[in-house]
Design a protein around this ligand. Structure first.
Ligand SMILES: Nc1ncnc2c1ncn2[C@@H]1O[C@H](COP(=O)(O)OP(=O)(O)O)[C@@H](O)[C@H]1O
Ligand SMILES: Nc1ccn([C@@H]2O[C@H](COP(=O)(O)O)[C@@H](O)[C@H]2O)c(=O)n1
Length: 212
């Protein structure tokens, strides 16, 4: 076991590249092998800044793909607390309201924490806290197709709004911030969440880190 009793794995990559799918797959499989209370998941999206003080028209204009949209300090504080064996209260985010809800989810300390999010590897402080990092390298056209389907069915968006946001913010911010952060990843995974060999390699590495 490492000195902090908590192994932190980061999964980064473009929106709809498959970060969440691979994080859930690893989490579920390790839970079956090691027990449900050993492994926890955090989404960077939970740390979008609270915008409840802003009008809806203003919230819609926010650039959610720029690092300043996130409260990375709070995420870093929570990772630090978990590494210090303390519980944290994770905000619950609403993609339809474009702000935090009044709810929080209590996460108790775990042996393994998997954090997934688009801009994790752009932040030097977060990079320092992470034990191993992964970049999901799915072609952008595939990501766009997946995002269109997901955002219309799950995040209350229209096709026009997804395409407009993609042109104005998602793609330019990917090229400016997310793609360059690939250089910081320990492992680059092509195709995304259903890459079985990559999933197995990651699981093996997590088990190795736990024994250190
Ligand atoms: N390899 C894949 N093949 C087909 N669909 C996928 C694959 N990976 C992810 N998806 C689907 O694409 C959408 C976005 O995936 P998700 O894991 O939520 O992406 P991210 O967390 O990177 O935004 C989801 O609906 C998911 O089920
Ligand atoms: N109110 C919001 C907040 C975020 N987004 C988009 O979510 C993407 C990140 O989440 P993934 O699950 O896709 O990684 C990001 O690209 C934001 O554009 C949003 O549309 N609205």
């Amino acid at each position: 076991m490492n000195k902090n009793h908590c192994v932190v794995i980061a999964i980064a990559g473009a929106s709809a590249s498959g970060k969440s799918l691979i994080a859930h797959t690893i989490c579920n499989e390790l839970r079956q092998e090691m027990g449900t209370d050993q492994i926890g998941m955090i989404s960077e999206d939970a740390y979008y800044k609270d915008q409840s003080h802003m009008a809806m028209e203003e919230r819609i204009q926010t650039n959610y793909d720029h690092p300043k949209a996130f409260d990375h300090q709070l995420l870093s504080d929570h990772i630090q607390a978990l590494q210090n064996n303390q519980s944290v209260e994770i905000p619950v985010y609403s993609y339809t309201e474009h702000t935090r809800t009044d709810e929080v989810i209590n996460l108790s300390p775990k042996k393994i924490i998997i954090v997934e999010g688009i801009l994790l590897l752009t932040d030097p402080k977060l990079r320092e806290q992470i034990d191993a990092s992964v970049f999901i390298d799915t072609p952008l056209d595939i990501c766009l197709m997946r995002r269109l389907t997901r955002d219309i069915s799950e995040r209350g968006r229209t096709m026009d709004s997804v395409i407009e946001q993609y042109k104005q913010m998602v793609r330019p911010m990917f090229l400016q911030f997310i793609e360059p952060s690939k250089q910081y990843a320990d492992i680059i995974i092509p195709r995304g969440g259903k890459n079985r060999i990559a999933t197995d390699i990651l699981k093996t590495r997590i088990k190795y880190l736990l024994k250190k």
